[in-house]
Write a protein that binds this ligand. Structure first.
Ligand code: GUN
Length: 284
């Protein structure tokens, strides 16, 4: 059996269309369109691509996007000043500081400085804590996108065994909280986990976000499992691949996400949704 593909491009386009309708409803009522400030520090090529895609999505959603691009020499104090200025700017609804930041800047300090009401990444301890306490507001975009994809399978996650591979703040940890909120039984695996293969072999749902190409072997996947691959890794030959050995896994899984065209576009769609939600909350 070959798995059905979860088409992130298609699902994200539907979400952005919905967001666009929300924006049109605002402007028809005489309110301004949402505005997202995107901050990029340094010259990481992957970050430049992601930021560009976020700006393009803003156009499709009907948002105003404000771009702040700085060399890697920007100081932490200068970045914190910018964030404080954006916090106070009533014309700005969402603030996104692209990660990773240069080593001399403390990313946690930057995230904590963002006004939680404008934290459209959902990374601020306030928003993360709300998710942990079953009161989500602005949810981290990638795990939220994963949940929307899981909903598309029509499978009820309650009581399912879910294994999250990776415990990062951006993917693994919030994904585990989202799956727990959906009442799955969640196991979080990380670099110290023993016998990963047997844990994955017992999983009804696998969410992989470690950033290592083909880290999860296709033969580990339980027949009929749902496989969500958050990894986007560039190989030496220039091709993109995920964290899961796709060709073998797709022959065992019931549903699987491709890379590219899977979770990647969903992250951006959920960012657009968060920005509209933030705007509607700040300026009803
Ligand atoms: N770097 C990798 N993923 C993300 C994300 O979702 N948001 C931000 N701000 N930086 C990232």
């Amino acid at each position: 059996m070959s798995a059905q593909l979860l088409d992130g491009k298609q699902i994200s386009a539907e979400i952005i269309d919905e967001v666009r309708k929300g924006v049109d409803a605002r402007t028809a009522a005489g309110k301004r369109a949402p505005a997202l400030a995107v901050v990029l520090v340094g010259d990481d090529p992957a970050s430049a691509v992601y930021v560009n895609n976020k700006k393009k999505a803003c156009e499709r959603a009907g948002f105003r996007s404000l771009s702040f691009e700085y060399p890697a020499t920007l100081t932490e104090a200068e970045l914190l000043d910018l964030v404080r200025k954006l916090n106070e700017d009533v014309e700005v609804d969402g603030i996104l500081v692209q990660l990773p930041l240069p080593k001399h800047i403390d990313a946690d300090k930057v995230i904590e400085t963002i006004n939680p009401n404008k934290d459209v990444d959902g990374f601020h301890p306030y928003n993360f804590g709300r998710l942990a306490l079953k009161m989500p507001l602005l949810r981290p975009c990638t795990p939220h996108g994963v949940m929307v994809m899981l909903e598309k399978t029509g499978v009820d996650l309650a009581g399912k065994d879910a294994v999250v591979v990776g415990a990062s703040n951006i993917v693994g940890r919030p994904a585990a909280l989202e799956l727990l909120l959906a009442r799955a039984t969640v196991t979080v695996c990380h670099s110290k986990t023993k016998d990963l293969a047997s844990k994955i072999a017992a999983a009804d749902v696998v969410v992989a976000g470690v950033g290592i190409p083909n880290f999860v072997k296709g033969e580990w996947i339980k027949p009929g499992a749902i496989v969500i691959d958050v990894g986007i890794n560039r190989l030496d030959n220039g091709k993109l691949c995920g964290d899961v050995e796709f060709d073998v896994a797709r022959e065992r899984a019931s549903w699987i996400t491709p890379v590219p065209g899977g979770v990647g576009p969903m992250t951006i769609a959920m960012l657009m949704k968060n920005t509209l939600d933030a705007c509607n909350a700040l300026h009803p």
